[in-house]
Design a protein around this ligand. Structure first.
Ligand code: PLP
Length: 389
């Protein structure tokens, strides 16, 4: 068994060995700028073209509809701000949900400070968004709907195809943040009626610092990054050839292995969920029982702090999370857990285990062995637990 048990794959993933092999030439010798004309540069250009096709194929898009960015957050910013600016004469109303990643929520807040209006659709107790609620919220001045494909904290998979159909019917652009979904569940932008889709490399075995935005042909969008003519004049900046080649390889691998990985991860996920709920009292599963990412477990434990649990797991060599990676370091309870109706104290005691292709049953068994005594020790320090007993 590895010394470290890594159960935080929703925060980021290790670079896959096959990805490392694929990018080695661009790290070591093929350093040409894809915009230059000589052979060395053409090698880089070829790598970018191949990756664009690999990403397009993974989501059933055309290569010309894929634009590389610096990360998932940039893709989200570009989709929302770019459409808001392009369609400002048509309207200034945007619809999203209250469980989105901060890359969406903070972008929407920025637009609100700049004269736009945003409707935040609430979710049900499982974190599920209703397509009907979206439909009711669409107004004549609505220009964009943005709903994440799957939630990064509780793993709930949203009814994207239905929401996309509502947007098509109403003639409103539909963006989805698929950063946690791409490579983990099947995505088909055509079948799912998606106009814009954000994805990120470091969640699927590529390095950090590479993302992409799918922009359906004909969608009106302004640039976020201005400068040179890279990415067909839509996203300036010399291409991150290493990151792009890595993303292409990683997404191709993830999609080709998806069926097997899904089956294996669902087995491990359910083993953790059932094991924990059965053996630890006052625990509850957060997120949808069935419509959830194959690798996501999110459980709240009453009477304890998630952060303390993380430190004690870390001492045993286990990496996990108590919310989204981006909010760790903050003591505010997760906005997602509050949105599904958890009171503050239960939201504070949550643990997210996010599995990756590399996790094994042995690692899961180790977690199931060490977690109950950790929870017990922390509860013994809790006056509330004493009172409950
Ligand atoms: N959207 C979701 C749902 C995420 O989970 C994340 C990262 O955790 C992002 C966007 C941001 O992606 P990146 O880290 O590539 O900026």
């Amino acid at each position: 068994m590895n010394e470290i048990i890594y159960f935080d794959n929703a925060a980021t993933t290790p670079i896959r060995p096959e990805v490392y092999d694929a990018i080695r030439p661009y790290i070591e010798s093929c350093y040409g700028n894809p915009s230059s004309v000589y052979k060395l540069a053409r090698e880089s250009k070829k790598a970018v073209d191949l990756a664009r096709k690999q990403v397009a194929d993974a989501i059933n898009a055309d290569s010309g509809e894929i634009f590389f960015t610096g990360c998932g957050s940039e893709s989200d910013n570009w989709a929302i701000k770019g459409v808001a600016l392009a369609l400002k004469d048509k309207g200034k109303h945007i619809i999203t949900t209250n469980i989105e990643h901060h890359a969406i929520l903070h972008t929407c807040e920025f637009l609100e400070e700049n004269g736009y209006e945003v409707t935040y659709i609430p979710v049900d107790e499982y974190g599920m968004v209703s397509a009907d609620d979206i439909k009711k919220a669409i107004r004549p001045d609505t220009i964009l709907v943005s709903v994440m494909t799957a939630n990064n904290e509780i793993g709930t998979i949203e009814p994207i195809k239905e929401i996309g159909a509502v947007c098509r019917e109403k003639g409103v652009y539909f963006h989805t943040d698929a950063v946690q979904a791409v490579g983990h569940i099947k995505i088909d932008v055509k079948e799912m009626n998606i106009d814009l889709l954000s994805l990120s490399g470091h969640k699927i075995g590529a390095p950090k610092g590479i993302g992409a935005l799918y922009i359906k042909k004909g969608v009106k969008i302004k640039n976020l990054i201005h400068g040179g003519q890279q990415e067909k004049g839509k996203r300036a900046g010399t291409e991150n050839v290493i990151g792009i080649a890595a993303l292409g390889k990683a997404i191709e691998l993830a999609v080709s292995e998806m069926e097997d990985t899904t089956e294996r991860l669902k087995y491990l996920r359910d083993k953790i969920i059932n094991g924990v709920l059965k053996n630890i009292e006052y625990s509850r599963l957060n997120g949808h029982p069935e419509e959830r990412l194959p690798g996501n477990v999110n459980i709240s434990f009453e009477f304890i702090e998630g952060e303390s649990m993380l430190l004690m797991l870390d001492a045993k060599g286990i990496c996990a999370s108590s919310g989204s990676a981006c909010t760790s370091g903050s003591l505010d309870p997760s906005h997602v857990l509050l949105a599904i109706g958890l009171p503050h104290e239960k939201a504070h005691g949550s643990l997210r285990i996010s599995l990756g292709y590399q996790n094994t049953e042995e690692e899961v068994d180790k977690l199931l062995e060490v977690l109950p005594p950790i929870v017990q020790r922390l509860r013994e320090m809790s006056p509330l637990y004493e009172m409950k007993k």
